[in-house]
Design a protein around this ligand. Sequence first.
Ligand code: DAH
Length: 346
Amino acid sequence: MNDRLIPEQLAQLRERALAALAAVDSTDALERWRVEYLGRRAAVNTFLRELGQLPPADRRAAGQAANALKAELEAAYAARAQALKDAELAALLERERLDVTLPGRPPALGGLHPTTLVVERILEIFRDLGFRVAEGPEVELDYYNFEALNIPPEHPARDMWDTFYVRPPDIVLRTHTSPNQVRVMERTRPPVRVVVPGRCYRYEAQDASHEWMFYQVEGLAVDRGLTMADLKGVLTTFAREMFWPDVQCRFRCDYFPFVEPGLDMSITCHLCRGAGCRVCKGTGWIELLGAGMVHPFVLRRAGYDPDEVTGFAFGMGPERIAMVKYGIEDIRLFYGNDLRFLEQFR
Ligand code: DAH
């Protein structure tokens, strides 16, 4: 080693090292730099190891100069490392920056099915009229679905209900909610005031007004001295609450084996207000439900004495009511699961 050259060599080394450090732009490059300029084989370290070869008089000054350079490079290294880390963090923050003033993405909110909405409204109206709510099985005995309702086997009235048999001849999918009239009476002493919502099934081809699965709400009131006036009063009140206050109700004779007399109730068409239109098929009336005075046979079957009590019953289809209320023209929309339809009722 040429001692006069030492300061100059160290100065060149310093310059090279600092220039290379300035060009470092990644942690990998920084590590390569560290190995080259501060590692075991780095020039400063080799220089320090070989100090002994200098004349004793020069060793001290050369050692101090080399150590000073080494310290400077270490400090520069640390500063560069910190700067790189800061830059990385800044880039990360930039990538993940949140604009808290942006409007949020609204979560998709579910809503109630139109049938549910209407069933709940029906139940609410009848609850206010003193009826309680009960439920019964969808898989039903022929006995409750038919026989106890005054529809014996082979009775022609069975044609009114196309039936799914779960196990012929005695287990069916209920074709209506009327079996609950008997089920409720069997476990209740009069007076009775009950509404029973639930699914019903019919072995039927689908079209705009027929589904093989639909809902009904059954109603039953039994007490001493109930008359047709009570039936009309309750159902008229219901219609005014459900539709509009000045709705007209029309009662006409109809036949159902479990009521006598039996009737159906119509309301004035909401579209034409009675003038006659496509929805009411020109009649001005929309048929809404079946009803009647409970047949003495049914009361007796359920263990009630028809000489003591009388009752009225009714059965309605919530989909039909929803169709009238919301102007829906095809019952198949209800269970077709098209969200564009369903979302309108949120
Ligand atoms: N269960 C009948 C049907 O599904 C509707 C009905 C009519 C129910 C008259 C009644 C009633 O309670 O009294 O067609």
